[in-house]
Write a protein that binds this ligand. Structure first.
Ligand code: PEP
Length: 248
């Protein structure tokens, strides 16, 4: 399978018109675009080669009295194929592993491919707890999945300290985002082993300040099946160059 560039637009851009422009500039076969909910139909229409994703969902797969929530089936009905779950910005708002596990199950139940985000914050990394943190995040979700789901799941390892737009809780940054991809490979290998010991198969993405400068490095690791890109995916020219870089 070709390695994928996943464009997480977060709460951007401001208008549908801008979303359509950005979608057209990001439209390549190895790209998955994750716009905010209101722009999903327009972006779906604008994309000819790229695949559509959503940034979150609610765990109840059917319609119901859940004000403000969006179901897996509703997302599917507008052409969504992938869904990000447990992103660090949702975890920062209080989302817990148990809820994340329910969301992953809801996605799989209707045939959406979940991108399960895991990753430690700076203090956990500095305390030598990165592996323990990520192990728990992953194990809680995987232990609740039916065997048939294996292979249809992406795990995005995103060390929170390497995500460019996340305010760091400690002012002094002893680790830089440049070091993150190389450091991540060790942890991804650990997760691959962990997953294989419970007879599972998943694909792994790296996320955290991936841009034009480091995308080749990230795609060069055999352990990594693609990248989840935030900030750089909003810059049409840079993202267009990144697509070219990884396609040649
Ligand atoms: C993200 O939020 O998933 C992300 C990786 O963001 P950025 O590329 O801006 O670090």
């Amino acid at each position: 399978m070709k390695k994928l560039l996943m464009a997480n637009w977060k709460m951007n851009p401001k208008t549908e018109k801008e979303a359509i422009r950005l979608a057209k500039a990001s439209d390549a076969a190895n790209v998955v675009v994750y716009p905010p909910f209101p722009f999903l139909p327009a972006v779906a229409k604008a994309l000819k080669k790229a695949t559509l994703g959503a940034q979150d969902l609610f765990w109840e797969a059917e319609t119901g009295p859940y004000t403000g929530e969006v179901s897996a089936r509703e997302l599917k009905s507008v052409g969504v194929e992938y869904v990000i779950i447990g992103h660090s910005s949702r975890r920062a708002l209080g989302e817990k592993d148990e809820v994340i596990a329910k969301k992953v199950q809801a996605a799989l139940s209707v045939g959406l491919v979940p991108i399960l985000c895991v990753g430690e914050v700076l203090e956990e990394r500095e305390a030598g707890r990165a592996q323990e943190v990520v192990d728990k995040q992953l194990r809680t979700v995987l232990s609740q999945l039916p065997l048939v789901a294996h292979g249809q799941l992406f795990v995005a390892y995103e060390p929170v300290w390497a995500i460019s737009t996340t305010p760091h809780s400690s002012g002094l940054q002893s680790l830089s985002a440049e070091e993150a991809p190389a450091k991540s490979v060790e942890l991804i290998r650990y997760m691959q082993h962990m997953v294989s010991t419970i007879q599972m198969e998943t694909k792994f993405l790296y996320g955290g300040s991936v841009n034009l400068k480091n995308v080749q490095e990230v795609f060069g690791y055999d352990e990594i099946d693609g990248a989840l890109v935030g900030g750089a995916s909003l810059k049409a020219a840079e993202f267009g160059k990144m697509i070219k870089e990884v396609s040649t």
